[in-house]
Design a protein around this ligand. Structure first.
Ligand SMILES: Nc1ncnc2c1ncn2[C@@H]1O[C@H](COP(=O)(O)OP(=O)(O)OP(=O)(O)O)[C@@H](O)[C@H]1O
Ligand SMILES: Cc1ncc(COP(=O)(O)O)c(N)n1
Length: 268
């Protein structure tokens, strides 16, 4: 199989659990060639976000041009986009270069509670990035903001999927990691719903689960899987990644990103 080229457009995590670093590890675990365009440099670790600085729109444009002018990109995953100017420049460049697959994880607030998306960016994200998404992967609080409605149960998750799809996303996966009874994710593919049932694991190793899931979906789609299979396998990757995680750091540690690689090598 020819190695696919995956690009993450995201903020950083120097402690290696979320953001650009989690994306790159996930691409690698799926046998893909990973690349990074950085939107913000974030000082964070397993305990929380300390500070961050946004990269200027000009430098984001130049990073995107550097990649797209040189290398054929098979799929893009978008994570932390922070401010409206960042969202606009990403939107312009993606319309110019038209990568075949775009997965958008609409990151708003880190697990630690720090905002990673400015409040004034919410509307811009809806109008610029949602319509570009082949798959959009909000967690429950993000889906509530995008759909403008509280989510209490599966039927609310389904309604949010439909409302967000009506904004232009081709498919929407509302993730259930924030549910307490289970961790069921619901996918709307534009026609119908698919439930990805999952047990909720009591674990401290859940930093970057959303980043890893969206990067795994992008990798699986680039590797030629159908949407439902791509999402199911990505969910299993994160589930096993939580289960096999070693405790790292004093707070919410990362998942085990090499699960897929170890499994292929027959080591798990
Ligand atoms: N404790 C858990 N047990 C089992 N699955 C989980 C758990 N936490 C998250 N997941 C799964 O991980 C994936 C990411 O979901 P989640 O709702 O945590 O996204 P997120 O909040 O965007 O992640 P992040 O922590 O990166 O912000 C989903 O498939 C979800 O079901
Ligand atoms: C750069 C960046 N992107 C995304 C997240 C969300 O991950 P989490 O909610 O697990 O902290 C993060 N912490 N940092």
């Amino acid at each position: 199989m020819v190695m696919k080229h995956l690009l993450s457009i995201a903020g950083t995590d120097p402690s290696g659990g979320a953001g650009a670093q989690a994306d790159l590890k996930t691409f690698c675990a799926h046998g893909c060639y990973g690349m990074n365009v950085i939107t913000a440099v974030v000082a964070q670790n397993t305990q929380g976000v300390i500070d961050y600085m946004d990269i200027t729109p000009d430098l984001i444009a130049e990073q995107l041009e550097a990649v797209f002018e040189d290398i054929a990109v098979d799929a893009v995953k978008i994570g932390m986009v922070s401010v409206p100017e960042t969202i606009r420049v990403i939107g312009e460049k993606l319309k110019q270069y038209k990568p075949p697959i775009i997965v958008v994880d609409p990151v708003m607030v880190a697990t630690s509670g720090h905002r990673l998306l400015a409040p004034e960016s919410e509307q811009v994200l809806k109008t610029v990035l949602v319509p570009l998404a082949d798959v959009l992967t909000p967690n429950i609080p993000e889906a509530e903001v995008l759909a403008g409605k509280k989510i209490y149960d599966f039927s609310d998750m389904e309604a949010a999927c439909r409302a967000i799809a009506a904004m232009g996303a081709k498919a929407v996966l509302v993730k259930g990691g924030h549910r307490v009874s289970d961790a069921t994710d619901i996918l709307f593919d534009g026609n119908g719903f698919h439930y990805f049932k999952g047990q909720h694991i009591e674990s401290m190793s859940t930093h970057g689960t959303g980043c890893s899931l969206s990067s795994a979906i992008a990798s699986n789609l680039a590797n030629g899987m159908e949407l439902e299979t791509a999402v199911g396998k990505a969910k299993a990757f994160v589930f096993e990644g939580i289960k096999h995680a070693e405790p790292i750091g004093k707070g919410h540690g990362p998942i085990h990103h090499f699960y897929e690689m170890y499994k292929k090598a027959g080591l798990l």
